[in-house]
Design a protein around this ligand. Structure first.
Ligand code: AMP
Ligand code: ZN
Length: 120
């Protein structure tokens, strides 16, 4: 938990979000500024600032985040046509929220390069 972190606030219910999935390790909610018809963020409860801050003990958590992405993708009917998952790490990747999160994007062809596609 980090006091000024927007995602910690969502996890603690101090800030509203459109939550679509939650379990004991992660929460998933709709991105407030969607880059695709389906744009969901999968966020661990644990405050890990960036991918570079992962510790050995977090490896199972990263795997779980991807399993949740699959589940949410199926729930939003993205499994037939496909989807993209992205983690931005640091300044050049355009990371703006320093609480690790996985973007799940879909619902339209994502043909552009990642760079042209608004950072995700
Ligand atoms: P990034 O740090 O660049 O990987 O992306 C952070 C993402 O969080 C952006 O796509 C924002 O639109 C999204 N975001 C920021 N604040 C909120 C919020 N309060 N609720 C939902 N999504 C948010
Ligand atoms: Zn946080």
């Amino acid at each position: 938990m980090s006091a000024d972190c927007v995602f910690c606030k969502i996890i603690n219910r101090d800030l509203d979000a459109d939550i679509v999935y939650e379990d004991e390790q992660v929460v998933a909610f709709k991105d407030i500024n969607p880059a695709a018809p389906v744009h969901i963020l999968i966020v661990p409860h644990k405050h890990i600032p960036t991918l570079l801050d992962l510790e050995e003990d977090d490896e199972a958590l990263i795997g779980h985040m991807h399993s949740v992405a699959n589940q949410v993708a199926r729930d939003f009917k993205l499994d037939k046509k496909g989807f993209r998952v992205v983690i931005n790490c640091g300044a050049d990747a355009g990371q703006v929220v320093f609480h690790l999160h996985l973007h799940l994007l879909g619902g339209r062809p994502l043909l552009q390069t990642i760079a042209k596609d608004r950072g995700v």
